[in-house]
Design a protein around this ligand. Structure first.
Ligand code: PXG
Length: 463
């Protein structure tokens, strides 16, 4: 059923009624060859491009001048909506003041200020912040922290990393190794050794659950199976998305994450939450850890950290992990041999501070429950449309899953998403036949009506 996170892909399908200023007289697109597009069906896209040229608030503008409602906050990242002048101004000012400065053995105030600001909103005790350049880098960083922690703690045998089926943790070798989406792994031969996966939690018996499914907490016991198989003394960490995004919005059953936390604690295994999508307000709380009331040992973030505008990630580590690696290390040399040229770079940190200012002044990390309820009700109003087999939601994340066409998984949702694009909304088709939604958090009820209205008509139209 799951053909891969980007099986559609989002920009791939033909869109006959969209003007194509880039098309040559022969119909082949011109000037599009050099950019090898990421996670894109390049040949199909370039034969029939769909171009976005501007954005403001909840809307993109296409190259033929149409306004298109952004139902996906870009790629789950533009939480405060598009075109935020305060972020642009902060970046501009920063580039004219201190464009770049290294963070290796030298410092600059902006990165420290941003880390302090993040520490203030972090779940209790997770206030040691390591900056990266993306969600993929955040995940690889977190995995390396876990390994370094156990070594520093005298438990160097703990080298095994556990992910989960259908998990997405970016595209670094660490991330794809613990990741569980077949297409993202299969093309690349041998990945990291010493990795295993928990079973996923998507179950047909829970179709049309509103929020967390009632059944399935026991799926967390799968970790006990892996502990019995490999021995707890070989396992460094478990990494999961608290709510899976790329695999089509998979919401954890009630009690599942609590159980996973308790099994990890019992066996001395670190729990990493990959909150690249869920952090910064997506569930109506600053972090998913807040929503679920669970304290992981490490949280990975990116995307909403800078409202999507600057490539930046941040890893929130517990004091215990930080102090074990840093404070306890002997001598005064480098304690953690890890970092990126752009870790906390002035421009990205300035973008992050301005973003956090907006989140706080507009209360975007705490969306009102009525808005979230309205979103849930609107999505579930689609359940009786033809070919709808599931509707899932939590916070301002949602998905409508369609029955797959025989032998052509992914094609129906892709056609619906192209239809939505033509009729004025961006809805992401991913994970086979799932239509995923993660709108900017500034959305209002009228945007929900517009989005769901467009989706409803498209689902009804596409056979
Ligand atoms: N972890 C999670 C949970 C993610 O969703 C990454 C890591 C990697 O982040 P970077 O910044 O390296 O891309 C992601 C990214 C989609 C989609 O539609 C999801 C992502 C990216 C693009 C599209 O499912 N997630």
């Amino acid at each position: 059923m799951f053909t891969g996170v980007f099986a559609d892909t989002k920009l791939a399908a033909s869109s006959a009624n969209v003007a194509q200023p880039h098309a040559s007289p022969s119909g082949a697109a011109a000037g599009l060859d050099a950019f090898w597009m990421p996670f894109t069906a390049n040949k199909r896209f370039k034969a029939s491009p769909r171009m976005l040229v501007a954005a403001e608030g909840m809307y993109f503008t296409t190259d033929d001048g149409r306004k298109v409602l952004d139902g996906t906050a870009g790629l789950w990242c533009v939480n405060a909506g598009h075109g935020r002048r305060a972020i642009a101004d902060a970046v501009h000012r920063q580039l004219l003041t201190l464009d770049y400065a290294p963070a290796f053995q030298l410092g600059h105030p902006v990165a420290f200020e941003f880390a302090n600001r993040l520490a203030e909103i972090a779940p209790a005790g997770l206030d040691r912040i390591f900056f990266t350049g993306s969600g993929s880098e955040s995940n690889d960083t977190a995995l390396k922290m876990a390994l370094a922690y156990h070594r520093a703690n005298g438990q160097g045998s703990r080298t095994r990393l556990i992910g989960r089926e259908l998990g997405y943790h970016g595209v670094g070798f660490g991330g794809i190794s613990v990741g569980g989406i077949g297409n993202n792994r299969r093309g690349f031969g041998a990945l990291l050794p010493g990795v295993d996966h928990l079973r996923h939690t998507l179950e047909r018996r829970s179709a049309f659950s509103r929020g967390q499914p009632e059944l399935g907490a026991e799926l967390a016991d799968d970790l006990e199976r892996l502990v019995a198989l490999h021995g707890a003394e070989t396992i460094a960490a478990v990494v999961v998305e608290p709510v899976s995004g790329s695999a089509g919005v998979i919401v954890p059953p009630k009690g599942y994450l609590e159980r996973l936390r308790s099994i990890c604690t019992q066996h001395g295994i670190l729990l990493i939450f990959d909150e690249v999508i869920t952090a910064f307000g997506r569930l109506g709380t600053p972090f998913a850890a807040d929503y679920f009331g669970i304290r992981p040992d490490i949280i990975c973030t990116a995307k909403g950290l800078t409202n999507g505008v600057a490539p930046m990630g941040a890893v929130f580590a517990s004091r215990a992990i930080h102090d074990t690696i840093v404070q306890k290390s002997s001598g005064d040399g480098i304690e953690f041999f890890h970092g990126y040229t752009y870790s906390g770079s002035p421009m990205t940190a300035a973008a992050g501070i301005a973003t956090l200012d907006i989140y706080q002044s507009e209360n975007l990390l705490h969306r009102p429950p009525e808005l979230i309820q309205y979103f849930e009700d609107a999505l579930h109003s689609l359940r009786d449309l033809p070919r709808v087999v599931d509707v899932r939601n939590l916070g301002l994340m949602g998905a409508v899953e369609l029955e797959s066409r025989a032998g052509k998984p992914g094609s129906r949702a892709m056609d619906v998403s192209v239809d939505c694009f033509k009729s004025g909304a961006i809805v992401r088709s991913n994970a086979g036949d799932v239509l995923a939604l993660s709108p900017p958090l500034i959305l209002e009820k009228k945007h929900i009506d517009e989005l769901v209205g467009i989706m409803s008509a498209a689902i009804a139209r596409v056979a």
